[in-house]
Design a protein around this ligand. Structure first.
Ligand code: ADP
Ligand code: MG
Length: 246
């Protein structure tokens, strides 16, 4: 058996005064579509930043492909769309394709040329998120949902194995949320991209995900998504936080 993609072993994290995460254990396998649920302030974004190597665990370790993270200075194979990425206002001049190309500039490094294949890669990434028609438009003119797709394309342009998304549907119109998750579902099933998603949309994602983790400083629940359906109303209310819908 091959080693799991990501293993989180007994990870704790504290910001000076605040204990954000306590004794987290979790495994993510290639091809998983994992949703992480939890109320505001429960440590979701902190956990994602630890997976990305942006924060170092106070104690415990993260293993990638069974190896200690010190073997992984570069984590280009992990794409990341941060919280509130889709909030450019109308004055922002960069076009959709410029923003997406920025994902390659980051990969090539500031002093290297972006390879000649860049245009093809940008096209491919925009097609993956259904945004190829809007490539010449300034990003500030697009809706929250369209902007979010552009940032996903920016992450996809360097062909990551894993895509990590922090509350991607905040700022997406309610009527577009289903279509947004259809797109993620397609990336997972057809392009084989492992997805780790922090969200409050538990009801909407439950048809698409393979696994769910409920986090509040520690993991209270991690398993297949059908376990989510067995939660009591009180538990659901607690986990879904502010956006509980009946
Ligand atoms: P979530 O994403 O679930 O809302 P966070 O991971 O952002 O939660 O935050 C977890 C806890 O850590 C919260 O109590 C938050 O106030 C605290 N926290 C987050 N970022 C910082 C920081 N940079 N400095 C100090 N405390 C922080
Ligand atoms: Mg957060």
């Amino acid at each position: 058996m091959s080693a799991p993609l990501i293993e989180i072993k007994n990870v704790s994290f504290r910001y000076e005064q605040t204990i954000a995460l306590e004794a987290i254990n979790m495994t993510v396998e290639e091809g998983d579509f994992l949703a992480i649920l939890g109320p505001n302030g429960s440590g979701k974004s902190t956990l994602l930043k630890i997976l990305l190597g942006l924060l170092k665990p106070t104690t415990g370790e993260v293993k990638l492909f069974g190896k200690d993270t010190k073997h992984f200075k570069e984590r280009e194979w992990i794409g990341y769309v941060s919280q509130k990425s889709n909030s450019f206002n109308s004055g922002f001049p960069a076009t959709v394709e410029e923003v997406v190309k920025g994902g390659l500039v980051k990969k090539a490094g500031l002093f290297h040329r972006v390879p000649a294949s860049a245009t093809k890669e940008v096209d491919r990434a925009l097609r993956s998120v259904g945004m190829e028609e809007l490539r010449k438009r300034p990003i500030g003119e697009l809706s929250g949902g369209q902007q979010q797709r552009v940032f996903i394309a920016r992450a996809l342009v360097s062909r990551p194995k894993v895509l990590i998304l922090d509350e991607p549907t905040v700022g997406v119109d309610q009527q577009n949320v289903q279509a947004f998750y259809d797109m993620l579902d397609r990336l997972n099933r057809e392009e084989g991209i492992t997805l780790i998603l922090v969200t409050h949309d538990a009801d909407v994602v439950s048809d698409r995900i393979s696994h769910v983790a409920c986090l509040n400083q520690t993991i209270h629940f991690h398993g297949f998504k059908n376990e989510l359906e067995r939660m009591s109303d009180e538990q659901r209310e607690a986990w879904y936080g502010h956006s509980v819908r009946k």
